[in-house]
Design a protein around this ligand. Structure first.
Ligand SMILES: [Zn+2]
Length: 294
């Protein structure tokens, strides 16, 4: 695994910054879901954003990002956590649109320009935290930026980018997130804004062989960068045959008997990772007995 995320502080702690190389992670999502190029970029960008937001959480805490727009993607659902793990899917993986006017993958065309951007954080408290903003761009990076500004009141710049090869495989994928802490001077903000305007896409920088550390150093326009932590990141799903068995049990004994009689078994497919779990007639019979308490 060469994928990792770096966390850093700059400008005497007034700026918090993250950068990630998620090429293998997004490649795995592309393979698992057989996404076509536009869908790969839409899902990949969402996963990269979720990885960076997830990196602001503590170890066991987890979160979900949902993008529900009016485009052909339908919905994009991504789970991440404070350990650098991410899983996700796009409801319609087979989207391949013509390039947009700037010659880039038309992610906005897949996501749409109207709809909701939702973040749900499970911080181990009684109630999960939930924040929602309208989709403002459909290009996803700007939607993360808008969500952070409006829902969490953190002025940020988020860049997420996926370079898809001509054979639909993922060439590079990565992103950055820069957050301005309260009390930061206008000078600092101006300096970073100016630099961001002239910055090339992060997937191109990764393709040129730059590391997340080098990218952050250059984005922050200062040598005063303190790297705090390196977090390995990966595609990871926590589904199992047992977990889906619990879902089958909730169908009830009669329904399970129907599966035995009519289908002679059952198959569950995990939406997040596409793993398939097969249940034989004997498996189903056992689950039914569990319900009946025998
Ligand atoms: Zn799974």
């Amino acid at each position: 695994m060469s994928d990792y995320l770096v966390k850093a502080l700059a400008y005497g702690g007034f700026v918090r910054a993250y950068a990630v190389n998620a090429t293998e992670t997004i490649s795995e999502a592309q393979c698992r879901h057989d996404t076509w190029n536009t869908a790969s970029a839409a899902l990949g960008r969402t996963m990269i954003g979720a990885l960076m937001l997830g990196a602001t959480l503590k170890g066991e805490d987890k979160m979900t990002v949902k993008i529900e727009g009016d485009g052909p993607a339908d919905a994009i659902i991504v789970d991440s956590n404070g350990k650098g793990e991410v899983k996700g899917y796009i409801k319609n993986p087979h989207i391949s649109l013509p390039l947009n006017q700037s010659g880039k993958i038309d992610v906005r065309g897949a996501v749409g320009t109207a709809g909701m951007f939702t973040v749900i954080k499970d911080l181990g408290l009684k109630e999960p935290f939930s924040g929602q903003t309208p989709i403002v761009s459909g290009e996803i990076g700007e939607d993360f930026t808008y969500y952070l500004a409006v829902s969490e009141q953190i002025p940020s710049a988020v860049g997420v980018s996926v370079l898809v090869d001509t054979d639909d495989s993922i060439k590079t994928a990565g992103g950055f997130m820069i957050q301005i802490m309260p009390g930061a001077s206008e000078e600092i903000i101006d300096q970073i804004e100016e630099r961001l305007k002239e910055t090339t896409r992060i997937s191109t920088l990764l393709d040129d062989g730059q590391t997340p550390e080098e990218i952050l150093q250059s984005l922050l326009a200062t040598t005063d960068v303190e790297f705090l932590e390196t977090l390995p990141v990966q595609f990871k799903c926590d589904c199992s045959k047992e977990k889906f068995a619990s879902a089958i049990i909730t169908l009830g004994a009669d329904q399970i008997q129907e599966l035995i009689d009519q289908d002679h078994g059952a198959e569950a497919v995990c939406a997040f990772c596409n793993n398939k779990y097969k249940y034989s007639e004997d498996d189903l019979y056992e689950l039914k007995q569990e319900i009946l308490g025998e």
